[in-house]
Design a protein around this ligand. Sequence first.
Ligand SMILES: *[C@@H]1O[C@H](CO)[C@@H](O)[C@H](O)[C@H]1NC(C)=O
Ligand SMILES: *[C@@H]1O[C@H](CO)[C@@H](O)[C@H](O)[C@H]1NC(C)=O
Ligand SMILES: *[C@@H]1O[C@H](CO)[C@@H](O)[C@H](O)[C@H]1NC(C)=O
Length: 440
Amino acid sequence: MPSPRRLLALAALLVSTAAIIPPGHQGPLNQPPPAVTAPTTDNDAIAQTATQVNQKTAPPVDTPPNAVIPPVSVTAIDGTVTNTTVSDVAPNSNSKRRRRRFGKRQSGFEKIFDGLAADQHDASIEGTAYLTYTVVSNATYNVQDCLDWCTTIQGCEQTSADNRLTLKAADGESTASLTPDTPDGYELVFGPTDGANNAPGYMGFSFIDQYDVDACAQLCNGRGADPNGGGCAYFNIWRAVVNGVPTTYTCSMYYLVADESTAVNYGQGDLVVTLSRGYARKSALIDGGFEGYTACDTFCLTASYANWIGTSPSGGDTDASIIYFPAYAHTGNVSALLGAAFGDDADAGTLTPAQPLQTDSGANYVVQCFMASAFSGPQIEATAKVDILWNGVRVGGTSGYTEYTFVQASVVGTGSDKLSFVGGAAPAWTFIDDCKVYKA
Ligand SMILES: *[C@@H]1O[C@H](CO)[C@@H](O)[C@H](O)[C@H]1NC(C)=O
Ligand SMILES: *[C@@H]1O[C@H](CO)[C@@H](O)[C@H](O)[C@H]1NC(C)=O
Ligand SMILES: *[C@@H]1O[C@H](CO)[C@@H](O)[C@H](O)[C@H]1NC(C)=O
């Protein structure tokens, strides 16, 4: 015989359950989620830090020629000056580094300044983004050999006026900008322009010592998730020119994808923004925010639509659904629900994309979502549980009472992959929203 206290608790549970209007009937949330404003770019911190870093280098006197180009350095993180490498900052990112030599490419150099006459004291450059040096035949003043060699060095001709060549005497030559290769897992959104993004969803910035979009991509992939906004979804790389001198390269990171319309920070004080490009991280998951479900404009739900399929076990009713109702969504208007939408049974539903995910076989990916098991309050939702399955194998999930929380799981692509979310047991419902499947 249960103790009177336990009976009382059971009775309270029954009463509270009975009072709950299910999500399928547009029931109210146990507690409205706190309003969160997405932070925008902290331009002051970036400009301030740019005055503190010193990235000017030249070959040390005892370095042999043709030395391997050192890895990209991270010289500042979120306003703190550092001296570290990208792989130290983002150890789990497997974005491929394309630091290989090219065959001879089309070169297009312009002369930036002349050397002095032979009898006058001259000087070589100490500048930002020094890569390496070589020696050429001293039979003539051998500019062409220098240019030919430069075109074989990745990065040597990517940006203009960075003076990456150390010539025998101090003539400077540089190239017009070439478009860098888009990093693996990303797409170019805009650029190059002279405006940096001033956009919402800002996560922070790093300075690097070369204009290297792959390094920014690695930093974005390795950036810890924002608890309200999720993983890094976009970066903006640009070159800071201070008093006319290229000084550093900024990677600003965002959990919201920005575009050229907010690339309106042209600089401040002595700092001028140049070579600004935006790159968005590609998600292998189509419509992971469920916003493609637009069957109404206030409240409606469905078990399936073009992009997602919800299924119930036999005898179950609407155990997985997609609900258009902004109050339930993490962002936008729509979210998915696991657990019988109308409270008719306590079966677990299954939600899966309509198409298998197209991935690169063998590549690492990360599944990211926001999940909330809070609808019925802490007591009832204590048993809530959702599993993330990748080709039928559990790779992660959520359990217990929680407001919208960032959840992620690491997976490996096979080329065509089936993602599914399984769980919910009404009245311990779980909402899912803003899912992404990014290359790690
Ligand atoms: C950064 O660290 C490396 C390795 O520890 C060192 O060789 C280099 O001098 C440092 N650079 C600066 C600017 O402190
Ligand atoms: C080139 O270098 C060699 C070896 O150091 C030296 O003997 C020769 O005089 C140099 N030629 C010129 C034109 O400077
Ligand atoms: C949500 O609905 C509103 C009103 O219909 C619409 O303006 C808005 O674009 C929708 N949001 C998304 C993310 O689709």
